[in-house]
Design a protein around this ligand. Structure first.
Ligand SMILES: [Mn+2]
Length: 231
């Protein structure tokens, strides 16, 4: 069976493992995490990253928060005269932006790891896909962090920029591909109205599964084969 979850944002790792257990997730199943494991809460999701990067049946799809962490990966470089010269205003602005968006907790947790583990995590993130397609329960799904920015039905998925895939926010009236259901996170469903608080939003062409774990809500694990939700 194929499962998806999104925007854990430092959700306690043990609670996340309990959720997988409750859903009966096993070695013959596959889990896609649609980005934003890191930042905001707890240890910033570092424990979950350390766990998932060695799991053969778990794949992280890059979110804007992982992209920001990678853009700030210079903080883990050895400090030398040339690395200080390379510290541009642009990089410092990026770091400020990332910390404003909740990255500090992740940077601090990463700093506690040994150098090899830090680099293993960064290398894993550099190799993460921006999207995946998968079939389950007789339907096709496109999995992506935030949606399809500047959407056009004729545009190939490979033609979207990183920003279009990790920073976009669809309107409730936005229509994506009709022959493949897009599953996304990034925009907490409560942002579409209080009536969606804690609930998945299902439109005809896309489903938002970010129910706000970044803001203290229980994340939802969705099984694509039968669209069953686990909390
Ligand atoms: Mn996001």
């Amino acid at each position: 069976m194929i499962y998806v979850i999104s925007d854990l944002h430092g959700y306690p790792h043990d609670n996340f493992l309990d959720l997988l257990d409750r859903a009966g997730f096993g070695n013959n199943d596959f889990l896609y995490i649609l980005g934003d494991v890191v930042d905001r809460n707890g240890d910033g999701g570092v424990k979950t990253l350390e766990w998932l990067m060695y799991r053969l049946n778990v794949q992280l799809i890059l979110g804007n928060h992982e992209a920001m962490l990678l853009a700030c990966s210079f903080v883990f470089d050895e400090i030398t005269e040339s690395s200080l010269d390379a510290l541009t205003d642009e990089k410092l602005d990026m770091l400020t932006r990332y910390q404003y968006d909740g990255g500090n907790i992740t940077l601090k947790a990463m700093k506690k790891l040994d150098k090899d583990t830090q680099q293993d995590i960064l290398d894993y993130l550099r190799d993460c896909p921006l999207y995946e397609t998968v079939s389950a329960g007789g339907r096709d799904f496109l999995l992506v962090h935030s949606g399809l920015g500047n959407f056009s039905p004729d545009k190939k998925i490979s033609e979207y920029t990183l920003d279009e895939l990790v920073w976009t926010r669809p309107e409730l009236t936005t229509v994506y591909h009709k022959d493949i259901m897009t599953i996304l996170g990034h925009t907490p469903t409560i942002a579409y109205g209080d009536e969606y608080d804690g609930k998945i939003i299902k439109t005809d062409t896309w489903i938002d599964i970010d129910v706000g774990a970044g803001f203290g809500r229980q994340p939802v694990l969705l099984r694509l084969d039968d669209m069953r939700e686990f909390r």
